[in-house]
Design a protein around this ligand. Structure first.
Ligand code: GLU
Length: 430
């Protein structure tokens, strides 16, 4: 007699053995299962994506040849609503990474209580090697390929690493052409003139700043006197750095793909943002000195904001960090070992799944505005964003205090409880 399917070995792509991003996510889930009570019987739901699509994306290059790229769209969970999450274009994108990022979206969306599941997509390509025409063609063909599973009530993509409002405009147009009707609600992070929301572009950085200030207050840190080090100075790190500087903090170190710069007196952040906008990186900025990339982790500071890619804050680096507060602007920047080391060393880590949730929160506002075709002022959006972020942070802080767990585990407890409660209420079909 054959054994029931549930006793078969876990397929290799779901395995936690290799510590890629998906393995890290599985470890994070395992840590919360003991806190889920009777809902833990549904926990396996969290340990596999609901749906994963791999697509071939062939395009004509400008030189007349045809190139093939691999694209992905993963819907991790849809118990609380449609899939939601960004699309990244990066040469290192893998299925494991997109699976983990989609799962972190499920947790994030539940943590701030927006009515979405979690999803993520990506194309394995370095967009800096593409011309504008090639970028448009790869975006359109990818959108058409994943068109069978996305839609305003099914799964709503948004910008992520190396994607932006223009790419969202092409995605919206391609989906709409295939459907024969303009469907602005199929993506968020669009240009404001195409149904985008005011405040969306700054939303992730604003959320990082908002919860960062809440956390600082809880640990008795004066933000106006703090020194801040930021890794990644794009849409997330750049805006967060600007808001911290406006609050009186000194941004003393910035690292991006172009190198690392330091200024103990604090950078002129608006000037640095202008430089990055003009030159694509912090390299060559005159208002600071260049330091070795690895020395970024030793910089004297109170607040550290990793806002680039996954796996940056490793165990070795965690031992060197001087900051008392780490705010994860990126998704998955801290490895589980580093997490433990930081906790032992008394460094408070504000996890990605709450710290960078401001982006998807304003994506939700954008989607609601698209459905109602009624648009809000920037002030309304920022006020609602700040309220949601503060409330979510306060609830998570309380769980952390009550259960004596890290803020990451506290966020996972709250989010997984919401997801699995919805799962239980909906029941198993058929
Ligand atoms: N890519 C962003 C994130 O990781 C935003 C996703 C969205 O707005 O759907 O949270």
């Amino acid at each position: 007699m054959s054994s029931p399917a549930s006793t078969l070995a876990v397929p290799s792509y779901l395995n936690a053995d290799n510590l890629g991003p998906w393995g890290i996510y599985l470890q994070q889930v395992d840590r919360v299962i003991p806190y889920l009570g009777s809902l833990s019987r549904w926990a396996d739901t969290l340990k596999r994506p609901k749906r994963a699509l791999i697509v071939d994306v062939p395009i004509h290059l400008d030189n007349g040849t045809v190139a093939h790229f691999e694209g992905y769209r993963v819907q991790h969970n849809t118990s609380r609503g449609p899939g939601k999450g960004g699309v990244r274009f990066h040469q290192d994108v893998t299925l494991s990474e997109v699976m983990a990022l989609s799962a972190w979206m499920s947790i994030k969306n539940a943590a701030v209580n927006v009515p979405y599941g979690g999803a993520k997509g990506g194309i394995r390509v370095d967009p800096r090697t593409l011309s504008m025409g090639e970028l448009e063609r790869i975006t359109r063909r990818y959108t058409s390929e994943i068109g069978i599973i996305i839609g305003p009530t099914k799964d709503i993509p948004a910008p992520d690493v190396n994607t932006n409002a223009q790419i969202m405009a092409w995605m919206m147009d391609t989906y709409s052409m295939n459907e024969g009707a303009t469907a602005t609600g199929v993506v968020t992070g669009k240009p404001v003139d195409l149904g985008g929301s005011l405040g969306r572009q700054e939303a992730t950085g604003r959320g990082v700043f908002t919860v960062g200030c809440e956390a600082a207050q809880r640990i008795g840190m004066d933000v106006s006197k703090a020194r801040v080090a930021v890794q990644g100075f794009g849409n997330v790190g750049g805006i967060a750095g600007k808001l911290f500087a406006e609050a009186g903090a000194r941004v003393v170190a910035v690292q991006d793909h172009g190198g690392t710069i330091f200024n103990g007196a604090g950078f002129d952040v608006p000037a640095l943002l202008k430089h990055v906008a003009a030159h694509g990186s912090v390299a060559g900025f005159a208002g600071g000195e260049v330091i070795a990339n690895e020395n970024f982790w030793d910089v004297d500071c109170e607040i550290l904001i990793p806002a680039a890619l996954e796996g940056q804050l490793t165990a070795a680096r965690a031992n060197r960090v001087k900051a008392k507060l780490v705010i994860e602007g990126a998704n998955g920047p801290t490895t589980p070992e580093a997490d433990d080391i930081l906790q032992e060393r008394g460094v408070l880590v504000l996890p990605d799944v709450i710290a960078n949730a401001g982006g998807v929160t304003v994506s939700y506002f954008e989607w609601v505005q698209d459905f109602s075709s009624f648009f809000w002022t920037e002030e309304e959006i920022n006020n609602r964003l700040v309220r949601i972020m503060k409330e979510a942070f306060a609830a998570i802080w309380q769980v952390g205090q009550d259960k004596k767990v890290s803020l990451r585990t506290a966020t996972f407890i709250m989010a997984c409880t919401r997801i699995l409660h919805a799962r239980e209420l909906r029941g198993l079909y058929p």
